[in-house]
Design a protein around this ligand. Sequence first.
Ligand code: CS2
Length: 496
Amino acid sequence: MKDSIALKQKNLPQLADKLACPTYDRSQVKAGIIHIGVGGFHRSHQAYYTDCLMNETDANEWGICGVGLRDADRKIGDILAKQDYLYTLIVKHPDGSIENRIIGSIIDFMLGCDDPLPVIDRMAQASTKIVSLTITEGGYNFNPATGEFDFKNPGVKHDLANPNHPQTAFGFLTAALKQRRAAGLPAFTIQSCDNIQHNGDMARKVLLAFARQQDAELAEWIASEVRFPNAMVDRITPVTTPADIQYLDTELGLKDEWPVTCEPFIQWVIEDNFSNGRPNWESVGAQFVPDVSPYETMKLRLLNAGHSVLGLLGSLHGHHTIDGCIADTLFATYLRRFMDFEATPVLDPVAGIDLDNYKDCLIERFGNPNIKDNLARICLESSSKLPKFLIATIKENLASGGSIEYATLVIAAWCYYSDKGTNQKGEPLEIIDEMKTELHKAATGTPGTPLSFLKVKAVFGDLARDKTFAKTYTSMVQALYENPRIAQHMQAVLFG
Ligand code: CS2
């Protein structure tokens, strides 16, 4: 058997016979973008769009330098460096066909936790035009119920005391902007690519809260000079598995230590609000609009909430993946009804989008049997996702007298899940959540004190004080503790 070919720049001519490779001269690419948080999603989305742009147009100044701030990012940094920052994108279609493509838009990587100064200097260079972020919902460090910045966070405390040796994204951005201001350079744009409503406004709000504590004058400069475009980002990107790595080796004779798998669908809707130039991503499918809000709300309240509905109910039931849930008619019906009866009535119309088609398309995307999106990934950090994905819909329906049963059962399921840490069969669940201990503690008061779980104010706000919600939730959570077979409760909501 022939040896596999290692993924490296010098091997691209050999690999080009087997799969799509960058057609631009990577040695001429400069990093106009510094990206914090090089996870699977960045690599399937922004880095992919940028790679398409460089393949199709002359966009050499818009290469990406990845940055990791945590020790956990060392592994991806080492692998990317070994592979000349190249990786394979494995796009899996529902019919089983697969498109493979090597992405070349990332040209460097730096680890900020070893030595922050070179990262700050790089951000402060004139050639850096955009600093983009995928630091997850939790990374914005705000209280989900109040939206206020959390100054108690140990990383934030550290950064306020050590402005030249930061640990958090806020510390790095502030230090770099300070240098740019001192050097008379224009500010870079801060472009959030996280799944948060008004992600740009949120990035601005938390960064200014932080910067004001550190240097009020600098904060004023940031407020007037730095632009923070809002954007809606979308592409389902499951966690890479050993089977993905093996597949490339077996099928293509390609050794890539960390490819990324994703669905064919991709969307990026961005407000055209940049401080210092931007790539023409619209020429490769991104959409620039004056106001992204309706697109964001639609996506968060249908797609992401839909994922959470399946994730929590499915975990309790013993399903493992999103497509596994969709293959179960009860779950697919429940999801569609949740979207039609609870999420859609509180959405504003979205120009150019037929919501029925959008929902049909979501069910098709979720059902893609080749994506195998793990429920543990979906339920990861539910405490920072559910307030915007699901609880917002419940609150709006309470205000308008709309239906709340579908979503409320999900909250009851989340309580059981947090309390027991097992599915209905008693099998342990993998729960990863910054607030895991607090959620567990609050949940253990159930069912004796039925509203106990809702004590977690940072997540639920004052939801427990709403009589309609309290009544519906109490009866659901009590019924669930008496009989944890979630399918029966879903049927009760569906068929009365
Ligand atoms: C998921 C998202 O983590 C989640 O809760 O819903 O990661 C989802 O797959 C992406 O937003 C799709 O664009």
